[in-house]
Ligand binder design. Structure first.
Ligand SMILES: NC(=O)c1ccc[n+]([C@@H]2O[C@H](COP(=O)([O-])OP(=O)(O)OC[C@H]3O[C@@H](n4cnc5c(N)ncnc54)[C@H](O)[C@@H]3O)[C@@H](O)[C@H]2O)c1
Length: 261
């Protein structure tokens, strides 16, 4: 691991951000790039990947829930970056909203396929590259729903708790090799995804969208949504020399959220 005097200098750091062509992933990828890292982004959306390439990122289409595609992604990352220092497991879907008895097995399974199995596949197939790095770390996106219950979002919440179990276990497994593994638990992040989550919740509760939106703001003690840039700040910090002894942690970036609606 490096001991640079500029502790947020990420010059030359090789970073992979999954689902990095839009939303929180794009904010993370952009912040790493601004701090001097070389960033490869992957996304299931070909349009989003084309846009990322146009913005100067190395990028490729890949569905993290498909192990074969992730295996091939590992080869593309090796060819493109020559190695890997930081894996940001950002890809995650909201999954279905509703009381448990209305959740079908397809909705349950697809949520775990992306949110949990996707992180497993990426870690498993990129570990060889990370092992060759002397400043390796893995950052897994969990959620406030990965440390609190969330009525009506059982597949999502259960999958994000699984991410914490994966993170804490691998922090122990890989710590002795100098590979740090941490999670970020964002609160509700301003953007199109949270808007559709709020609309789905309003339908489930049969309440006006504005009322549910206000509840989502009030979840945070700061009474506001989190910005994608707040998550990006935490990601670069965790990957930087400032966080050399931070391992196995679930870092909340949620304005202090004590209850989820
Ligand atoms: N948005 C929030 O309020 C919020 C809150 C807490 C945690 N999170 C977590 O943060 C992460 C990013 O969330 P977001 O809101 O930016 O997501 P998003 O829904 O905006 O999606 C971002 C990108 O993910 C891509 N994607 C979807 N499935 C994929 C797959 N199987 N393989 C590769 N790419 C795929 C999409 O094409 C899209 O470009 C997720 O893990 C999410 O669970 C989000």
């Amino acid at each position: 691991m490096s001991n640079s005097s500029n502790k947020l200098d990420l010059d030359g750091l090789r970073v992979l951000v999954t689902a990095g062509a839009a939303g929180i992933g794009l904010a993370i990828a952009t912040e790493f790039k601004n701090l001097g890292a070389t960033v490869f982004v992957t996304d299931i959306s070909a349009d989003a990947v084309r846009a990322a390439q146009a913005s100067g990122f190395e990028a490729a289409v890949s569905d993290v829930s498909d192990e074969k595609q992730v295996r091939s992604l590992a080869t593309q990352v090796k060819d493109s970056l020559g190695g890997l220092d930081v894996l940001v497991n950002n890809a995650g879907i909201a999954g279905p909203t509703g009381p448990i008895e209305t959740i079908d097995s397809q909705g349950w399974t697809s949520t775990f396929d992306v949110n949990v199995h996707g992180q497993f596949f990426c870690i498993k197939h990129l570990l060889t590259l990370l092992r060759e790095s002397d400043r390796a770390s893995i950052i897994n996106l969990s959620s406030a729903a990965g440390r609190l219950g969330m009525a009506g979002r059982s597949p999502y919440s259960a999958s994000k708790w699984a991410v914490i179990g994966l993170t804490k276990t691998l922090a122990i497994e890989l710590g002795a090799e100098g590979i740090r593994v941490n999670a970020i638990c964002p609160g509700a992040v301003n953007g199109p995804r949270i808007q559709s989550v709020i609309e789905a919740k309003a339908t489930m509760l049969q309440r006006p969208v504005d009322e549910v939106s206000n509840l989502y703001h009030a979840q945070s003690s700061l009474n506001e949504l989190v910005e994608a840039s707040d998550i990006a700040n935490m990601a670069v910090f965790l990957a930087s020399p400032m966080a050399l002894r931070i391992n196995g942690q679930a870092m909340a970036v949620d304005g202090n959220t004590e209850k989820l609606y």
